[in-house]
Design a protein around this ligand. Structure first.
Ligand SMILES: Nc1ncnc2c1ncn2[C@@H]1O[C@H](COP(=O)(O)OP(=O)(O)OP(=O)(O)O)[C@@H](O)[C@H]1O
Length: 869
């Protein structure tokens, strides 16, 4: 039965009133030294935190569930709740209970959600923690990414595919959007993100503009260069609204918005980011490109490297600037080492500075900030004479902020406590009043020691000692053996098993003096520390600029170190369309090879004149996929401004890399795997440009062999015939039939990966050679994989029989199976002179691929099949 309000205790009434404002958050309710949770929150807290669930009387009527933990354990428990996917509202006592009669005023001082976290325990050093807001407008979708822990604020707008790719690249910890758009959001982006919905009125132009202008204190947003992005504005306004809503009013460290423009970066769609295993591996414990490239020494550098990886550059000049610095560092090894040393010691300047306005920076971190600024000064000195233009610019961007640096070093003690409330933060000689009080406190303590000595002598109790506890302050402790020597004017306060504790008027008098002074010291120290933090606010922008410059330096030093350690070479970026890689290697696989095993390097040449499309065949496990991917990865690394795993590489500027991998059966999600494969491939066709690199790995394998061959065949033809684009394409396949294409299309070239047969074993040579290959050696792979010998033998037998039956060329072999009755006429459906081919060609000519849906494509395919019957 529902209780009437009056039956509940005042505390619970207060709790419930606050809880109604934060219905979907776990409310941590401060009661004295504890944070308590009640009712359903208590059930969650006890389950997630492993703390005891108890019951507590709630007025005359009933009981409530209760689970709590000591207030000093907040950090530990808070992050566990948030990591478990809960939103947490921290409700504190807003008054000093000592000064209040009755119930203390309480209020939520902070909401922590996965996307709004500043606590070190919730953050990963090498990753940003972005909150994203998405707004689906009538003609475009806007997105904003905001990391409250670093102050970064990025906005973009475009079509849904672009926004999805950005979401995948930024990996926000939380995405907010308007409540009515819930269904649409799910349709477009699935349920991969932690989401939260907000009221629709927040997502309006006017409100967003007001919010942004108010935050930045400007009259227009012109200065940010984001004028024309209305939907992005709305998303940006929503992120700021959400931060305020979660009790984060102090956001001075969010000093600007950065516009992200699709055309500024080499575009990789989400399939490509996934297929190339840039950030995540497809197998458990597998390595990613990020892991092998990341040898940065600072968290700021690590975060920036991730950004560079998913947003490689597309401007030759900017790429060359980075490459020049890498080359410079390789030459100037001493300078590089020195810079790295200083960066290592600089800590996470970016996150430190963000804690200032949020009032989360503790005294020890302020000291760390000063030490980081000292490193900035050292780096500045090292770079003072550099003749590299890019480094000169970074040098100019550095500012060790000497005034505030000096102030911190002068005022803060060498090793201050983590919590300002512990005292001992401010040095002697900074504030006369503080010094005076400290003298009183310390001389008071000496006086107490004197009392101990005096009383000990007067009473003849040698073991007499003065001590302190929170219950009755300073006391004299006498062991039982000397109890009879205690003077009558001492007041007994406590009896222990082997001792008794007393107070005296004199003791109390001094106690008051000391504790009074100690309290005043603490208040003064906190005030002085707050003044210092206030002064630090003025330095947010220069410190952030230091952090950005240092992050860049760190990434470029990391490229130089990688180049030296792993023998990477400088790529040559050109404006033309040739991709010419000599002795290319796969940067991830080569690092995982067993000791003593060398990666076999290969050359790849693709251009638009003679070798636009390579059809790559070779046995299973020979290294086709590796070669395909390394080509994409080398191209990508070059556009990041990194040296590449090759002896030389000339790389025509690339605007898009597409990779598609034939659907494997473990894909889930309801759609047919073939459909997924076709959907993915169709989106390439519609987005190709002359500067695109297309990597197709066994496309068409998700369906029956004949369908697969036909589709693969027509894709290659289509790419070949896109005369105004001519995208450079690598196509790995098991369908040897595709080798026929070389004879029919001038810019298609066959290559295979060599192997050697020795007895009935295959030795992989992994060397690329011109020409197609005939077998796929699947049975050898089956043997290598440890299939029972009898099974392997039988497979060989079956293969022999099949091969005997179809001794014709592989392509003709398949055609015969397709149309046995018409073998004479249709030596090959792909024979350009056959009637069927002409019919198919006519049919295809009338198809507008840009408008064809996947289902229509399948129907077309089925029509084509009918023609073959
Ligand atoms: N050039 C190389 N040098 C050394 N090892 C290599 C090389 N290329 C590939 N490998 C090794 O061989 C393994 C198989 O390569 P990959 O997956 O590229 O073969 P594949 O031809 O694509 O096989 P499948 O056709 O079965 O998909 C890789 O995991 C890698 O360990």
């Amino acid at each position: 039965m529902a209780k009437s309000k009056s039956e509940e205790t005042p505390l619970m009434q207060q709790h419930n009133a606050i809880k109604t404002k934060y219905p979907d958050a776990v409310l941590l309710f401060r009661v004295g030294d504890f944070y308590e949770t009640f009712n359903e929150d208590a059930v969650i807290a006890s389950r997630v935190l492993g703390i005891v669930l108890t019951k507590r009387a709630n007025g005359s009527a009933s009981y409530v569930d209760l689970a709590g933990f000591p207030h000093h354990a907040l950090d530990t428990y808070l992050h566990k709740l948030v990591k478990a996917g809960h939103r947490v509202a921290v409700c504190d006592q807003l008054e000093d209970p000592k000064t209040v009669k009755g119930i203390v005023k309480r209020g939520v001082t902070e909401m922590v959600t996965p996307g709004v976290a500043v606590n070190d325990k919730l953050l990963e050093n090498s990753s940003n923690n972005f909150l994203a807001a998405v707004h689906f407008g009538a003609t475009a979708t806007g997105v904003a990414f905001l990391d409250i822990s670093t102050g970064e604020f990025v906005v973009a707008q475009g079509n849904e595919e672009y926004i999805e790719k950005l979401l995948q690249s930024f990996k926000p910890a939380e995405v907010v959007f308007a409540r009515p758009q819930q269904k649409h959001f799910k349709q477009v982006f699935g349920s991969r993100f932690y989401t939260y919905t907000l009221e629709e009125w927040i997502f309006t132009t006017q409100y967003a503009q007001e919010t942004l202008l108010k935050h930045f204190g400007t009259h227009s947003l012109k200065g940010f260069g984001v004028d024309d992005m209305q939907e992005a504005h709305i998303a940006a306004g929503a992120t700021l609204h959400y931060l305020r809503d979660t009790e984060h009013p102090h956001l001075q460290h969010i000093t600007g918005m950065q516009r992200l423009e699709q055309d500024d970066f080499l575009w990789m769609d989400r399939f490509t980011v996934r297929n190339l295993e840039l950030l995540n591996s497809s197998v458990e414990n597998g390595h990613t490109l990020l892991q092998v490239l990341d040898n940065t020494v600072s968290p700021m550098g690590a975060r920036l490297l991730k950004r560079w990886l998913v947003f490689p550059l597309r401007d030759i000049q900017q790429i060359n600037e980075r490459l020049d610095v890498v080359e410079y560092f390789i030459r100037e090894t001493d300078l590089a080492k020195g810079l790295q040393q200083h960066l290592k010691q600089a800590g996470d300047l970016e996150r430190l500075v963000s804690k200032i306005p949020l009032k989360k920076i503790n005294p020890r971190e302020v000291m760390q900030l000063a030490k980081s600024l000292q490193q900035v000064a050292a780096i500045q000195e090292l770079l003072a004479t550099t003749d590299n233009a890019y480094l000169q610019r970074l040098h100019a961007q550095l500012d060790p902020c000497p005034a505030i640096l000096e102030r911190i070093l002068e005022q803060v003690t060498e090793t201050p406590p983590v919590q300002a409330i512990k005292g001992g933060v401010i040095r002697e000689g900074i504030h006369p009043e503080l010094d005076k009080l400290r003298l009183i406190a310390s001389s008071g303590k000496e006086y107490l020691l004197r009392i101990q000595q005096q009383e000990s002598e007067a009473t003849g109790i040698p073991s007499l000692k003065v001590a302190f506890n929170n219950v009755f302050g300073y006391y004299l402790e006498v062991t039982n053996a000397h109890r009879n020597k205690v003077p009558t004017n001492w007041i007994r306060k406590q009896t222990l098993a082997n001792a008794e504790r007393y107070i005296t008027p004199e003791l109390k008098e001094y106690e008051e003096k000391i504790t009074g002074a100690e309290e005043k010291i603490l208040t003064l120290e906190i005030q002085l520390f707050d003044d210092l933090l206030l002064a630090l606010q003025e330095y947010i922008v220069p410190v952030q600029q230091n952090a950005q410059a240092m992050a860049r330096m760190d990434c470029l030093l990391c490229f130089a170190a990688n180049a030296l350690q792993y023998k990477y070479r400088r790529p040559l970026l050109t404006e033309d369309h040739t991709l010419d890689i000599r002795d290319g290697r796969h940067p991830v696989i080569e690092r995982g090879l067993p000791a003593g095993e060398a990666y076999v390097a290969n050359d790849i040449l693709l251009d638009q004149e003679t070798q636009q499309i390579i059809i790559l065949t070779g046995p299973n496990m020979s290294g086709k996929s590796a070669l395909l991917r390394q080509t994409a990865l080398i191209t990508l690394m070059a556009h990041m401004g990194s040296f590449v795993p090759a002896s030389a590489a000339t790389i025509g500027l690339t605007d898009k890399i597409f990779t598609r991998v034939g659907a494997s059966d473990n894909l889930s999600g309801g759609e047919s795997t073939f459909m997924v494969e076709m959907n993915e491939t169709a989106s390439i066709i519609n987005n190709i440009t002359p500067r695109s690199l297309v990597i197709l790995d066994e496309i068409g394998r998700g369906t029956s062999t004949y369908d697969g061959i036909s589709i693969a065949w027509s894709i290659v033809e289509y790419l070949h015939d896109m005369t105004e684009h001519r995208p450079k394409t690598l196509f790995a396949t098991h369908y040897h039939e595709l080798n026929e294409l070389e004879n029919k299309h001038g810019r298609v070239k066959n290559f295979h990966i060599t192997n050697m047969e020795s007895g009935n074993k295959v030795i992989f040579l992994r060397k690329l050679a011109p020409g197609g290959s005939r077998h796929s050696f699947g049975i050898h792979v089956a043997r290598m994989a440890g299939m029972p010998p009898a099974l392997v033998e039988r497979a060989n037998e079956v293969l022999g029989t099949l091969e005997e039956k179809h001794i014709e060329a592989p392509l003709q072999k398949n055609v015969k199976q397709i149309a046995p009755s018409a073998a004479k006429v249709q030596l090959s459906i792909f024979d350009a002179h056959s009637d069927t081919f002409k019919e198919i060609r006519d049919m295809l000519e009338h198809v507008d691929i840009n408008r064809l849906t996947p289902v229509e494509a399948l129907l077309k395919l089925s029509e084509i099949k009918q023609l073959l019957k």
